[in-house]
Every structure is written in structure tokens, then in C-alpha cells.
Design a protein around this ligand. Structure first.
Ligand code: UDP
Length: 454
């Protein structure tokens, strides 16, 4: 491949269309753009990113026939094969055009893709283009998927209940009960296929990771031995990239003006991310826990995140009057700004990976209420490895919630967690500065991608 004079090399990005995956892909685009690459984003029409937020990128919509698809986790798994089938031809034709127009648009250095969009590998192989896999979640999570695949291959699922508390010999910071899905029951084939497909980097020449060596060192080392291609942990992306909005839902900016009126470190911020769903009983228990703890709160209740409800119509009668002076409920918040706000003292989270990184980067200790998948693994690390969070059990009740909030926001244990979280924040800042692990890794990545243009 010859370098095309006077044109920046181009990287084509293909995200998986869910908030927790699109955000890091766009952030990666901004990071690479700031390092001299032109960026094209090939995206499904479903959950399309907003091109006006990224005028410097070229956007290519791919047909997916998924409009109206519900955003539940299992539905997203069902949608994966449809996306892969429906997007392939358009993506292929687009890449052919792009290769023909390299004089005008810059040489295509490589395609970076989310491994759930595996049609990319087929197109890239046909056109002899290099690919790089992007992992938007932790290395520990990918290892936990390997554990499940191995248990399945060894015919050990369902595992006896009595073994769930045991440490996993090949992933000793986790217990069997910390795996992304319960292994004491049969695991549906759709999930097993998902793990296999997601873990498969196909012909990728390298892996880019939205993680940090200090958080994930052991897993990165193990996975390096497994995948045998260069690994570039250059996270946290949101601190490496210029700030911009990647939300698929409109952010309610009243959250910030409301926070401006609150005392430092007084507010508990609550959000369960973009996919998790709770039942009405849990919403009601949360409401009573919040009403009884007397702590100011900013609560994101995403529309349709309570099964059988459109929004907050099933809150207990009197709740809004009772908490009007110290509570604010919104549909979607500018989360990174919220977590960086001095009024926020704690984050009650589902422990998605982006939320985990965003909270740790601001030194905010957490209450974890994981629902499924990597949230369970992240929770174990947050509570027992980094020790910056406490965990609420599944189906939490009002007394447990009240106690957890009081512990996090008030007592000695909470103060110790805050100290550790602040220390973690400083260490994460060092990793992205010149000479830090993510900084160095990014330097190497830029050199690696440039080598495709020689
Ligand atoms: N988020 C947001 N506003 C909200 C709730 C979430 O901007 O009100 C963002 C959050 O900052 C994070 C993403 O949505 O970047 C959620 O990703 P995560 O990996 O934490 O969880 P997922 O949604 O994938 O379960």
C-alpha cells in the first residue's frame, strides 16, 4: 500500500449500535482524529449517532431493517445477526468506492470494529484491508466470557449451587457467582453464541481496549498470551478524547442547574445506564429508600426502564411532595458532567463499564446494583479489588437501600471508600499523561496504524 501524498490516512470505524458501545467508538474516533487520522463512521440506521456533533467525521448509514427494535438486552442479541446480514452488501460497496477514491479521501489505513459487527471481517478479508478490534469493556470481562465458554465445553454447566462462592481457579479475583450470567442454570444458546462470537477477533491485527493497565493488568497479560496480537489499552477514552456529546437520548441540562444549588459531596446520583430494566417493585423500593434516607438525590429514570411503565407513573403516592426539596428526577442526564460536579458525593449505578470508568475518573465512590453481563464482573472489581464501592443485593429492599446510602454518604466505611476513589482518580490521571501507560500505548497504536500505510 503506498502513502497518498498530502492526505491524512483514514480510519473507518464500525460501532455496535448501543450507547455503551457507540460512545467509546466515537471517542476513539476523536482520539485518532486528534492524532492526524481522518475518520469515517459506518453505522446502522438504528441508534444512529448524531453527525452534527462530529462535523469532522464522515458518516455512512448502513441499512439494518431494525427500526422500532426494542432496546432490551436479549432483543439486541437477536438483532445482531440481522444487522450483520443487512449491512454487509452496502458496507462492501462503500469500501470499494472508498478504495477507488483514496486520492480524494485519503488512504484507508484500517477498519476498527466492534467484534459484534462481524460482517466487517468478511468485507475486509475480501478487500485485503487490515482490521483492528475494539473492546469497549474491561479485559476482566472478556476473560470471564472465556471461563463460561470453557465450563460449557467441559460440560460443567449447570454448576452445583455449593460451588458458586468458590474462587475461579483461572480468574481468581472472581467467584463463580461473579460470572456475567448465572452458571448454576442452563445458559441459553443465544448467549453462548454471543460469547463465542464476541470473543472472536477473527483476522484482526490488534485489539484496542477502553481500559487502563493499572485496572486490568492481570487480565490484559493473560489475554495477550491468548490472542497473540498487539494489545493497546488506551483508556479511559473519555479522558483521552476532547469532550463532546455522544448521547442517543436528549440530555436534561436542568440536572446541572439543580446540582449547582446543592452542597458539596451531598448528592447521590442514580442511573442504571441505557439497557437495564427493573420491575415496578424495585422502583418503589428505591423510592422509599431515597425518601427515608434524607439525602439529596439526582435520579435518572430512563423512559421504559421500568417494565410495564412509560416513565415514573408508578412512584408511590406522596413521594414527589415528600422529596421535592431535595430530589430531582430526569429522563437522561449529562452523566460525565454530573459525576464531575462537586455536589455529587456518590453514584448508585448498574456498574456498566463506561459508568464505572466515568465514576472512578472523578473519584466518586459507588453503590453497585448490577443486573447482568459485565455489570456483575465490574461490581466484583469495584467492591473487592479496587474497594471503591459497596454492593446492593439483587431485588434490594428499602431498608437495605437506606442503609447503603447512609454508609456511602456518611459513615467511616464510606469515607474510606471516598479516599480510595480519590487516590484512584489521581492514578488514572497519571496513566493518561505523557509517559503514563495509556499515553504510551496510544503512541504505539498511532505508529501501528501508520505502518499499514507504508
Ligand atoms: N449515560 C448518560 N446519561 C444518563 C445515563 C447514562 O449520558 O442519564 C451514559 C453514561 O455516561 C455512559 C453510558 O450512558 O457513558 C452508559 O454506558 P455503560 O457502559 O455504563 O452502561 P450500558 O448503558 O452499556 O449498560
Amino acid at each position: 500500500m503506498g502513502t497518498i501524498e498530502g492526505r491524512k490516512p483514514r480510519v473507518v470505524l464500525v460501532p455496535f449500535p448501543y450507547q455503551g458501545h457507540i460512545t467509546p467508538m466515537l471517542q476513539l474516533g476523536a482520539i485518532l482524529n486528534s492524532r492526524g487520522f481522518s475518520i469515517t463512521v459506518a453505522h446502522t440506521e438504528f441508534h444512529s449517532p448524531n453527525p452534527s456533533e462530529h462535523p469532522e467525521f464522515i458518516f455512512l448509514p448502513l441499512p439494518d431493517n431494525l427500526s422500532g427494535c426494542e432496546t432490551s438486552y436479549i432483543n439486541s442479541l437477536n438483532g445482531i445477526s440481522a444487522m450483520n446480514t443487512n449491512s454487509l452488501a452496502r458496507f462492501h460497496d462503500f469500501m470499494v468506492e472508498m478504495l477507488e477514491m483514496q486520492e480524494q479521501h485519503g488512504q484507508v489505513a484500517c477498519i476498527v470494529y466492534d467484534t459484534l459487527m462481524h460482517f466487517v471481517d468478511e468485507v475486509a478479508t475480501r478487500l485485503e484491508l487490515p482490521t483492528v478490534a475494539l473492546r469497549p469493556n474491561s479485559a476482566a470481562y472478556l476473560r470471564s466470557q472465556h471461563v463460561i465458554s470453557q465450563l460449557q465445553a467441559d460440560n460443567l454447566i449447570p454448576l452445583p449451587e455449593s460451588q458458586l462462592q468458590d474462587a475461579i481457579p483461572t480468574h481468581h479475583l472472581l467467584r463463580f457467582k461473579d460470572l456475567p450470567f448465572p452458571v448454576n442454570a442452563e445458559i441459553p444458546n443465544i448467549l453462548l453464541d454471543f460469547f463465542t462470537s464476541y470473543a472472536n477477533i477473527r483476522s484482526s491485527s490488534a485489539i484496542i481496549w477502553n481500559t487502563v493497565d493499572m485496572l486490568d493488568h492481570e487480565s490484559l497479560t493473560k489475554l495477550q498470551q491468548h490472542y497473540k496480537v498487539p494489545i493497546f489499552p488506551i483508556g479511559p477514552f473519555h479522558k483521552m478524547a476532547p469532550i463532546f456529546n455522544t448521547s442517543l437520548i436528549t440530555e436534561d441540562t436542568n440536572s446541572i442547574s439543580w446540582l449547582d444549588k446543592q452542597a458539596p459531596n451531598s448528592v447521590i446520583y442514580i442511573s442504571i445506564g441505557s439497557i437495564a430494566i427493573m420491575d415496578k417493585k424495585e422502583l418503589i423500593e428505591m423510592a422509599w429508600g431515597l425518601a427515608n434516607c434524607n439525602q439529596p438525590f439526582l435520579w435518572v429514570v430512563r423512559p421504559s426502564s421500568v417494565s410495564g411503565s412509560e416513565w415514573i407513573e408508578c412512584l408511590p403516592e406522596g413521594f414527589e411532595e415528600m422529596t421535592r426539596e431535595r430530589g430531582c428526577i430526569v429522563k437522561w442526564a449529562p452523566q460525565k458532567k454530573v459525576l464531575a460536579h462537586p455536589a455529587v458525593g456518590g453514584f448508585w449505578s448498574h456498574s456498566g463499564w463506561n459508568s464505572t470508568l466515568e465514576s472512578m475518573c472523578e473519584g466518586v465512590p459507588m453503590i453497585c446494583r448490577p443486573y447482568f453481563s459485565d455489570q456483575v464482573v465490574n461490581t466484583r472489581y469495584l467492591t473487592h479489588v479496587w474497594k471503591v464501592a459497596l454492593q446492593l443485593e439483587n431485588n434490594p429492599e428499602r431498608r437495605g437501600i437506606e442503609k447503603a446510602i447512609r454508609t456511602l454518604m456518611g459513615d467511616k466505611e464510606g469515607k474510606e471508600m471516598r479516599q480510595r476513589a480519590l487516590k484512584m482518580k489521581q492514578e488514572l490521571e497519571l496513566s493518561i499523561r505523557r509517559g503514563g501507560s495509556s499515553w504510551n500505548s496510544l503512541e504505539n497504536l498511532v505508529e501501528f496504524i501508520m505502518s499499514f500505510t507504508q
